[in-house]
Write a protein that binds this ligand. Structure first.
Ligand code: SF4
Ligand code: SF4
Ligand code: SF4
Length: 323
């Protein structure tokens, strides 16, 4: 690694485990740009001047670097300026939109980087979760919703969503469940949409995507009109962080109890296939339900063909702040 790359690596906050793969995450020109920019904001004109020694088409270069999550935007009065992003920001875009490069990182090293990422995410989420539970903020993936509630939620929004590849599944790659399922609404600076990603959906398309996700064993989570997520238990960073923080039942907020009526069960195994936490299992050919393992996501109920799994809304004195 050259000196210039060492400096760029430090400025971009690349963890040691990812350094051997730095050439996959950043191209030469981006490394040179990061070195010159240091860690401060630039107006577009100033950045174009800085980049004139690095590229003959600075504006196009800036657009690409922003799209790739190498640069971020920052508001400056009525202007929008640019600042270097960090490896943490870049990693999600890299895995989502350049999966063939991410797959070139060997499995063991990818797992180490994923482990670093989940720790970083968890540390950042902890104060947000505490603030959300005190009603002072909101947290992403605040609550589980039933299939029907999610469809109603989509209908209730004043604006239409766009779909992007799920960043958790793209980074973690722990399962083969559908990835193109993450529905977002934000279109402001630093959103995926503003960076040139995403496919606009009509509400009907969004609802069909949600039904398909449900059939594929993906759980519905959402918060204040910023996203409707379809999550698995093995990749989802909020759920993995929640496990580490001991926040099961609180984040995503559990809103339903699950009741299983063995008399109505025909042993089809759909609940076993969709449950992300092994709460339903087949043992010696028979279905069993372990209530303690259940997170209350409700997708077993929407997938049960005989109505053997029912839900009961949990009554709370006051609605939890995170809802
Ligand atoms: S929160 Fe869920 S849908 Fe959203 S990116 Fe993560 S796993 Fe995907
Ligand atoms: S999905 Fe319903 S019918 Fe099928 S095994 Fe599970 S509880 Fe029984
Ligand atoms: S058993 Fe619990 S965790 Fe598993 S699918 Fe049903 S509601 Fe979700």
């Amino acid at each position: 690694m050259t000196k210039i790359y060492d400096k760029a690596a430090k400025l971009f906050e690349i963890p040691e485990i990812a350094l051997p793969f730095m050439h996959l995450f950043l191209n030469d020109e981006e490394c040179r740009m990061l070195e010159v920019m240091e860690r401060r904001d630039y107006s577009p004109a100033e950045l174009c001047t800085v980049l004139s020694d690095i590229t003959s088409a600075p504006e196009t270069f800036i657009g690409k670097a922003y799209s790739r999550g190498v640069l971020s935007k920052s508001p400056h009065g009525c202007e929008t300026w640019y600042a270097p992003a960090t490896f943490y920001v870049r990693l999600a875009f890299f895995a989502q939109y350049e999966p063939q490069l991410w797959a070139r990182v060997p499995v063991a090293e990818r797992a180490d980087i994923d482990e670093w990422y989940v720790e970083q995410y968890m540390n950042g989420a902890k104060p947000r979760l505490e603030a959300a539970l005190h009603g002072d903020a909101f947290i992403e993936n605040a609550s589980f919703y039933t299939l029907q509630e999610t469809l109603d939620l989509i209908d209730s929004f004043d604006f239409e969503p766009y779909v992007v590849p799920c960043n958790c599944k793209s980074v973690a790659m722990n399962c083969e469940k559908p990835r193109n399922v993450c529905m977002l609404f934000g279109r402001g600076i630093n959103s995926e949409w503003d960076r040139g990603h995403g496919r606009a959906l009509t509400k009907d398309q969004a609802k069909e995507l949600t039904r398909r996700a449900d059939r594929n064993g993906l759980m519905h989570t959402s918060e204040k009109a910023t996203a409707v997520c379809s999550c698995c238990g093995c990749c989802c960073y909020p759920i993995r962080a929640s496990k580490r923080l001991g926040a099961k039942g609180v984040w995503p907020m559990r809103r339903y109890l699950i009741h299983w009526n063995a008399n109505k069960c025909v042993d089809c195994g759909r609940c076993v296939a969709v449950c992300n936490f092994g709460a339903f299992q087949r043992v010696d050919g028979k279905i069993i339900f372990d209530e303690k393992a259940c997170w209350g996501c409700t997708i077993c109920s929407s997938n049960c063909p005989t109505g053997a799994i029912s839900t009961e809304k949990i009554k709370r004195d006051a609605a939890p702040a995170a809802l």
